[in-house]
Ligand binder design. Structure first.
Ligand SMILES: Nc1ncnc2c1ncn2[C@@H]1O[C@H](COP(=O)(O)OP(=O)(O)OP(=O)(O)O)[C@@H](O)[C@H]1O
Ligand SMILES: [Mg+2]
Length: 271
C-alpha cells in the first residue's frame, strides 16, 4: 500500500461547538446544536441515532457540503469550508456515474486530483482488485447488483487516497447477509489503509460491530448524548457478535436510542 500517502498521523477531525441550521418555510430549524467531538487519526467512529436527529447534517458538515451556522470543523488543524480530496464520501444511494464504466468511475477522481506516481488507470485497477471486481472493469453500474455497486462506491472514494472516509448509511439498502459481508470487508480495508472512518448508521448491531467509538445522538436539535468506547477485540467476526460484551454494548445502545426514538417520533408528530 502507498504508505507515504497514507499515514496514520493524518485524518484528525475536530468538531468545535458547531450548530447547523436550515431555513425552511420561513423558519430557522436547528438540525444540530453545540456539538463538539474529536475523531483521532485512524479511528473508526460511528454516529448512531434515530431518524432525523441530524446524522447526515453532521457528516455533510465534516465533508464540507454544509457550513455550520456557528462553530467550526477542522481536518488536521485546517478549517473545513468546502469539499476536499482529503475526504472521501460514500452515500447510501449508489451514486456512481451511470454513463461511465466501473473502471472510469474509479479513475475519475485520481484523474482530477493527481497524487503520487500512479496513473488513474493503475489506481482504478488496483482498487478493483482490492474489492474483488476486476472482472467487471468495463461493465456499467446498472449491470451490477446493489452490493457490487456499493463496493465500487467505496473503491471510488478510496482511489483519491483520502485521509478520512465518510460513509452515510452505506449498507442501508442491502440485504442482511450482504450487509454483514460488506461490514467485514470494510474492516479489512480500514485495517489495511489505517484511515479515519466516520460512519453514519441507525443500526445498533452495525455500529457496535464496526466501531472503536460510537457517538450516540439525541434528537431535535441533535446533540451528542453519549461517547461510548467499544472495547471489543479486533479483528472482529462472527464470534464477536456472539460474545457477552457485544450483547452488553448493544443493550446500552438500545436503551439510549429507544428513549430518543420515542422523543423524535413524538416531536415529529406534533410539529
Ligand atoms: N436541506 C434541508 N432543509 C431543511 N431542513 C433540513 C434539510 N436537511 C435536513 N433538514 C432537517 O434537519 C433535521 C436533521 O436531518 P438529517 O438528514 O441530518 O437527519 P438524519 O439523522 O440523517 O436522518 P435519517 O436517519 O432519516 O437519514 C431534520 O429535521 C430535517 O428535516
Ligand atoms: Mg441521514
Amino acid at each position: 500500500m502507498n504508505q507515504n500517502i497514507l499515514s496514520k498521523t493524518k485524518g484528525k477531525v475536530v468538531i468545535d461547538n458547531i450548530s447547523i441550521s436550515y431555513s425552511s418555510r420561513n423558519e430557522q430549524i436547528y438540525a444540530l446544536k453545540d456539538i463538539s467531538a474529536t475523531i483521532n487519526p485512524g479511528e473508526f467512529v460511528c454516529i448512531l441515532g434515530p431518524s432525523g436527529c441530524g446524522k447526515s447534517s453532521l457528516l455533510n458538515g465534516i465533508a464540507g457540503f454544509v457550513n455550520p451556522s456557528n462553530g467550526k470543523i477542522s481536518l488536521d488543524n485546517k478549517e473545513i469550508n468546502k469539499p476536499s480530496p482529503e475526504m472521501g464520501m460514500v452515500f447510501q444511494q449508489y451514486s456512481l456515474y451511470p454513463w461511465k464504466t466501473v473502471k472510469e468511475n474509479i479513475s475519475f477522481g485520481p484523474s482530477i486530483n493527481k497524487k503520487g506516481n500512479e496513473s488513474p488507470e493503475e489506481i482504478a485497477l488496483k482498487f478493483l482488485d482490492m474489492i474483488g471486481l476486476s472482472k467487471y472493469a468495463n461493465h456499467y453500474p446498472n449491470e451490477l447488483s446493489g452490493g457490487m455497486q456499493q463496493r465500487v462506491g467505496i473503491a471510488r472514494a478510496l482511489a483519491n487516497y483520502p485521509d478520512v472516509l465518510l460513509m452515510d448509511e452505506p449498507f442501508g439498502a442491502l440485504d442482511s447477509q450482504t450487509r454483514i459481508i460488506m461490514q467485514e470487508n470494510l474492516l479489512k480495508i480500514w485495517r489495511e489503509f489505517k484511515i479515519t472512518v466516520v460512519f453514519v448508521t441507525h443500526d445498533i448491531d452495525e455500529a457496535v460491530f464496526l466501531s472503536d467509538r460510537i457517538l450516540l445522538m439525541s434528537t431535535l436539535p441533535g446533540k451528542i448524548k453519549r461517547d461510548l468506547k467499544i472495547d471489543l477485540p479486533r479483528p472482529r467476526d462472527k464470534e464477536t457478535t456472539d460474545s457477552k460484551r457485544f450483547i452488553e454494548l448493544r443493550q446500552i445502545c438500545h436503551s439510549l436510542i429507544r428513549e430518543e426514538s420515542i422523543k423524535a417520533f413524538e416531536k415529529q408528530n406534533h410539529l
